[in-house]
Design a protein around this ligand. Structure first.
Ligand SMILES: [Zn+2]
Length: 218
């Protein structure tokens, strides 16, 4: 199914064609919630969509993206907690691995052990720093695509990853929410506050940037 989105000066089209049984990695944020809702529209039957939430300790310790938050956003109580590699996420343990590696391992685990055909993520583009240098800080998240930057991920995993928002900016995703009546009130973008928004961190600024861009008419 095709979805058009964005302000008139940057309209983009995405095509979502899920296979029979899929999974989605959800946080408490806007991107994965919008993606979940679009998948629900396309597939009709939400029971064919497994929802995963990767649990961490240490640096990436339990925060706003808890399974409880995902339940609140989706009205589902069958959120699958992925904690197979939780021991690796504590800095002071001998098994420590960087968060990105934990994510890679977790993705392979979800695809292999939960009998799904595809695994969806809400990854999208950071604001273009050539025009918005204020986003060029060390805080900015790593957003990438699989084959280029994760050479160690097995091909059986990378070929089943799906990121339909990969070529979208935040304002496209906010527009998809508007057009499809997706309620974003309970989403949490801020990485500083557990509830509400500080208005100053990278993620709060990106959210505000997205809303402002969408308002620009020409
Ligand atoms: Zn914030």
């Amino acid at each position: 199914m095709r979805f058009e989105c964005g302000p008139e000066w940057d309209i983009r089209v995405i095509d979502i064609k899920p296979k029979n049984k899929i999974g989605i990695m959800m946080t408490g944020g806007i991107d994965s919630l919008v993606l979940y809702n679009l998948l629900k529209i396309v597939m009709g039957d939400p029971s064919k969509i497994l929802i995963f939430n990767v649990i961490a300790l240490g640096d990436h310790g339990e925060g706003y993206d808890s399974p409880e938050r995902v339940s609140l956003l989706t009205d589902r109580y069958d959120i699958i907690k992925i904690d197979k590699y939780i021991k690796h996420t504590e800095n002071d343990k001998p098994y420590y691995k960087p968060w990105t590696e934990v994510l890679d391992l977790s993705q392979t685990h979800m695809l292999e052990d939960f009998d799904i055909d595809e695994l969806y993520i809400g990854m999208n583009m950071n604001p273009p720093t050539e025009f918005f240098p204020e986003f060029d800080t060390s805080e900015r998240p790593r957003r990438f695509w699989y084959t280029q930057e994760t050479p160690n991920l097995p091909e059986s995993t990378s070929t089943k990853m799906r990121a339909p928002f990969l070529n979208l900016y935040k304002y496209h995703i906010l527009d998809l929410a508007n057009k499809n009546n997706i309620d974003l009130r309970h989403t949490q973008s801020c990485q500083e506050y557990m509830h509400g928004h500080c208005g100053e961190c990278w993620w709060c600024l990106e959210r505000a940037w997205g809303y402002n861009q969408l308002k620009i008419t020409k």
